[in-house]
Design a protein around this ligand. Structure first.
Ligand SMILES: Nc1nc2c(ncn2[C@@H]2O[C@H](COP(=O)(O)OP(=O)(O)OP(=O)(O)O)[C@@H](O)[C@H]2O)c(=O)[nH]1
Ligand SMILES: [Mg+2]
Length: 225
């Protein structure tokens, strides 16, 4: 099984892998800041809009087609809201999934931040909203498991996916937790994923489970080609 990585983040400076294709050949956040006089946030949004233009999308899909591998891992911008919650980002995902039928998103949370129950519930709610907005399957994964404390966060996130957050508000406390819990409860019917992969990219742990979860998504879509 051969896997290659592709960089779809126009804002990244250094990447710890050799990308088989890199969108920075079309646009970089740095250039956009310089050229259009934008700040970093505006420039990220603008760069994603530029990538979503017809001509660039075609170039991106051709770039992916040129990759000689069984699986392509596409590294998207870390600002998930800027990417997945905007029309341009979804347009990019749509163009990729129209060409590659098994396109599946991995929503990466991380251990070591958002450790307050309430903050983690908020992150899980964001993951859920992104799952609803994207027209592809989404597999939740919790990275940096090597930092410790991952099991507990995995449990919390799994409860969120299953719509079983009632007990968690006791731990988090406060009106905001309660409101969050109600929001999560309200959208639980739309859930797809049922579990979370606990992984460590650094120690290459949990990747088999993540892969199994991806296979399950592909099987559920009836497409194993
Ligand atoms: N301990 C630990 N650190 C990791 C792991 N994976 C990545 N890191 C580190 O976390 C830092 C941030 O890297 P990423 O989480 O990949 O995020 P990024 O790609 O830099 O940022 P965005 O794409 O903008 O979100 C880097 O210093 C990585 O070396 C992991 O599994 N364990
Ligand atoms: Mg990144």
């Amino acid at each position: 099984m051969r896997a290659s990585a592709v960089n779809l983040d126009p804002g990244v400076r250094r990447i710890p892998y050799e990308p088989a294709y890199d969108v920075r050949e079309m646009v970089t956040v740095e250039d956009v800041m310089e050229r259009e006089g934008l700040g970093p946030n505006g420039a990220i949004l603008r760069a994603i809009d530029i990538l979503a233009e017809d001509e660039n999308l075609e170039r991106l899909v051709r770039g992916l087609e040129s990759v000689d591998a069984d699986f392509i891992v596409v590294d998207t911008p870390g600002q998930a809201e800027a990417f997945a919650l905007r029309a341009s980002g979804r347009r990019i995902v749509g163009a990729i999934s129209a060409r590659f039928s098994r396109t599946t998103a991995v929503f990466l949370g991380e251990v070591g931040s958002d450790v307050l129950v309430e903050d983690f519930l908020t992150a899980a709610l964001l993951a859920k909203i992104i799952e609803l907005k994207l027209d592809v399957g989404v597999v939740p994964a919790l990275n940096k498991a090597d930092l410790g404390g991952g099991e507990r966060l995995k449990e919390i996130w799994t409860s969120v996916l299953r719509g079983e957050t009632r007990d968690l508000i006791l731990e988090g406390g406060g009106v905001a937790s309660e409101a969050l819990s109600e929001l999560l409860e309200a959208i639980k019917e739309f859930r797809t994923a049922q579990r979370v992969a606990l992984i460590s990219a650094r120690e290459e742990r949990g990747l088999d489970e993540l892969f199994d979860m991806l296979v399950e998504v592909w099987c559920a879509c009836g497409d194993m080609t």
